[in-house]
Ligand binder design. Structure first.
Ligand code: AMP
Length: 470
């Protein structure tokens, strides 16, 4: 019996799809994925078709490592999809688990790329296995392909609609057959997915609008929660099965994941983050000389804090741009080493000063503890830590890696204890009311499960998950 328990295998990914008759799309997908690289650095892949055969290439590594001019040259086609993948589970870091997943079913070929995480992954896999399905990967996205194929007597849209009835949890998908492109968003709209126009008669789908900018496409709209968008020779059309009153867009996209130059469901990420910083300045005014940020994730909120407080913002820490996100290193020892490599304080900006440092989140506490120590070593007189979101106390089951529940420092310690652990002079988090003020003007509904334990789409049905939350 398959049981993937707490294994997180499909975190924080980015997806991209394009339909552009008369164009060769592999290089455009490459550019799209390159601009979504922040959503996943572990592996990537591209699948394309010229109308009658899906060809693909995928591997572990960053977009620029995996694809060469030569590889892209072998991927001929006018429609295609791509994926960048992020995950922390050691076992899942294999070439097989990279996406797009390409398979053959009753009507031909299908390729799929998924961002999100299913909460009923194990049940679905058991169900499909009992009916004889074979699996090549350990990622939940393969269940989606299996479910669609199990409705092979229907046309693709019908098969997808039927599959959506059984899928629980979070999914933004790009799917292709030999001659059609589909974009699908779960009924809660948990992960972002947007649509753009490319040239005369082309369309693009991407996790974030920054990927549309990268290829010169024009933003059309976001894919709606529960919507299936079909793009083919007849243009673009839409089917919707579900109509939920309450959407649950992931708030962590605005805290950390998405790029500030992206717009998600009408919210500019830069604006949301700056407002978080402004709210934080109202809630936690400080008597300090300068505001600095932990680059890059804390920078936009730090600018907001500086704007609201009138305290100057300066660059106090230099980030080495050529390292991946520090979470990628699996052991604590390696993670600590990475912090030093990645973030180096600038003595000139810090010496003799009282500093407020803004970061978006404290997860395990590794980064903050190391940084506070370093900032003092580089001459800071006082170090006050400001976090532009409420404490991350609960695990995410919908596709963001916030670590295992027992590793989340805020689930074990209160603010005072965390402050002592990281060695700061003071520590302030933005309140729940404060963060909602920064985004709720949009009229969107949000998933705030990692902050308050309210899981809008339920949790996986495993005992150890329930125990972990107790
Ligand atoms: P930690 O060192 O474990 O406390 O991690 C905190 C740092 O990791 C912060 O600087 C965050 O910007 C960053 N961070 C927060 N969430 C994630 C995530 N899901 N994946 C990778 N990095 C993250």
């Amino acid at each position: 019996m398959f049981d993937d328990r707490l294994e997180k295998v499909n975190d924080e990914c980015g997806v991209f799809g394009i339909y552009a008759p008369g164009r060769s799309v592999a290089e455009l997908i490459y550019l799209g994925l390159f601009s979504l690289q922040h959503r996943g650095q572990e592996g990537c892949g591209i699948a394309v078709s010229e109308g009658n055969f899906i060809n693909h290439y995928k591997n572990l590594g960053m977009v620029t490592d995996v694809f060469t001019q030569h590889t892209l040259g072998t991927l001929e086609g006018y429609l295609g999809i791509g994926h960048v993948r992020y995950s922390t589970s050691g076992q899942s870091k294999t070439q097989q688990n990279t996406q797009p997943i390409v398979a053959r079913y009753q009507h031909g070929q299908i390729a799929l790329a998924h961002n999100g995480s299913l909460t009923n992954a194990a049940e679905l896999r058991n169900h499909l296995m009992e009916r004889g399905s074979l699996f090549h990967t350990t990622i939940d996205s393969e269940q989606i392909v299996g479910l669609i194929a199990s409705h092979g007597q229907d046309d693709m849209e019908q098969a997808m609609l039927k599959a959506m009835i059984d899928l629980k949890g979070s999914y933004s998908l790009v799917i292709m057959t030999e001659n059609k492109l589909y974009a699908v968003r779960d009924p809660y709209g948990n992960r972002p997915l947007c649509l753009g126009k490319f040239g005369e008669n082309g369309y693009v789908v991407a996790s974030e609008s920054c990927a549309l900018d990268a290829i010169g496409a024009t933003f059309l709209r976001d894919v709606e929660p529960g919507e299936i968008v079909t793009i083919d020779e007849d243009g673009l059309h839409s089917t919707k099965l579900f109509n939920h009153a309450q959407n649950a867009l992931c708030i962590f996209e605005f805290i950390y994941i998405a790029r500030p130059d992206s717009n998600i469901d009408g919210i500019n990420v830069n604006k949301a983050r700056r407002l978080m910083g402004r709210e934080l300045a109202k809630e936690a005014p400080l008597d300090v000389d300068v505001v600095i940020s932990v680059p890059d994730s804390g920078t936009t909120a730090a600018i907001g804090y500086a704007e609201e407080s009138g305290i100057p913002f300066t660059q106090g820490i230099l980030k080495n741009r050529y390292t991946g996100r520090s979470f990628i290193q699996p052991t604590q020892e390696m993670r600590e080493q990475m912090v030093k490599l990645k973030l180096n304080p600038i003595r000139d900006a810090l010496e003799g000063k009282r500093i407020a440092v803004v970061d978006d989140s404290i997860v395990r506490g590794t980064t903050s503890r190391k940084l506070v120590k370093l900032l003092r070593e580089y001459g800071a007189k006082e170090v006050h830590m400001l976090i532009s979101a409420p404490p991350v106390k609960y695990p995410c089951f919908y596709g963001v890696d916030t670590g295992n529940p027992e590793e989340l420092i805020a689930s074990k310690m209160d603010v005072e204890q965390i402050c002592e652990y990281i060695g700061a002079d003071s520590l302030h988090y933005l309140s729940m009311e404060g963060i909602l003020k920064a985004v709720e003007w949009s009229g969107c509904g949000f998933c705030t499960a990692c902050l308050n334990g309210a899981y809008p789409m339920g949790i996986p049905n495993y005992n150890n998950v329930k125990e972990a939350l107790e």
